[in-house]
Design a protein around this ligand. Structure first.
Ligand code: SF4
Ligand code: SF4
Length: 194
């Protein structure tokens, strides 16, 4: 005698099949009825990437390397984001700013190479939290799919925000998401008492 380990076991019906059951017609009709009933229901899927779902204002997507209002890169290659990253997804190489490059880099040191491996990244946002220079933030852009592993290694050129002077529209669009996020973060969590 077999031992029953849980009370969820279901008795197997060993009755002989009727003629209707033996030709599976009834079961095929039941299956077709379920399929047809779904034709009139609201679709659970969307035509991505032509259509996208709206996400929360605090949702974290692709990273953006920030510039200041003059278009200079904020990142000073301090490495705090890489240290804070639990997935070890960030690598960088620092370089010294040369005379005449003040219009390119805000600080005396900058990231000559900056890479994020999106296959490792868990979009936790700790890099953004760790950055003392407001140089990196997670935008609301969904990381696109790719067929090759190297397509998920985002280099500095892929991550840098558009130049505010040369591409003002693209810059404002990218910054708009960040401005919204900052607004949410600044909202008081404890209501003021009169
Ligand atoms: S979001 Fe998290 S996992 Fe991704 S790079 Fe930043 S710290 Fe690393
Ligand atoms: S993004 Fe911020 S934390 Fe990371 S290296 Fe640049 S300045 Fe430092």
């Amino acid at each position: 005698m077999s031992v029953q380990l849980t009370n969820r076991a279901k008795q197997v019906d060993r009755k002989p099949m009727t003629f209707l059951e033996s030709i599976y017609l009834w079961n095929i009709m039941k299956g077709m009825a379920i399929t047809i009933s779904h034709l009139f229901r609201k679709k659970a899927t969307i035509n991505y990437p032509e259509q996208t779902r709206s996400v929360s204002k605090v949702w974290r997507g692709l990273h953006v390397l920030n510039r200041d209002a003059e278009g200079r890169e904020n990142c000073t290659a301090c490495g705090l984001c890489a240290v804070a990253c639990p997935a070890e997804a960030i690598t960088m190489e620092a370089a010294e700013r040369l005379p005449g490059e003040e219009h390119l880099y805000r600080e005396e040191k900058y990231a000559a190479k900056y890479e994020i491996n999106m296959l490792r990244c868990i979009f936790c946002g700790l890099c953004e939290e760790a950055c003392p220079k407001d140089a990196i933030y997670l935008s609301q852009t969904i990381a696109p799919s790719n067929y090759a592993r190297k397509g998920f290694i985002y280099k500095k050129g892929d991550l840098l925000i558009p130049h505010p002077v040369n591409e003002p529209e693209a810059y404002q669009k990218a910054l708009g998401e960040k401005a919204d996020n900052n607004k949410i973060k600044k909202e008081p969590t404890i209501p003021e008492t009169a």
